[in-house]
Design a protein around this ligand. Sequence first.
Ligand code: HEC
Length: 97
Amino acid sequence: MKSLVVRAIILIASLGWTVSSYAANLGPTPEQQKKHLELFHKGQTLWPIYCNHCHNARNPAEFAPYQWDQIMMHMRTMENMPPEDEAAILEYLKTAR
Ligand code: HEC
């Protein structure tokens, strides 16, 4: 009898773990999606303004997301860009393609 109770507890606990780990892999939450869209639209507006300043604004599809990380580190320092504008432009460049 005791082992049945123990087994039931183990079964319920592992079911709970399975369900919660599945839920964790479902993708972005609505709040994360909202934040992404806000950043994306701000970046979309700022990208031509900042990047056309010194050369033609480069197409987001030209470079992979990890390359944009490196490129933006360089461009941000040359332009002395506020971090919140950089974050928005980076979100746009990495996800618009
Ligand atoms: C202050 C002037 C300036 C601004 C603003 C600027 N860039 Fe640049 N960018 C340069 C210069 C100069 C080079 C080439 C020399 C170098 O790499 O330092 C360059 C090179 C690049 C390159 C490399 C080109 C290649 O073919 O390898 C990319 C990509 C780029 N910029 C993207 C951007 C993006 C995106 C923005 C907007 C966020 C931006 N730049 C804003 C001056 C600027």
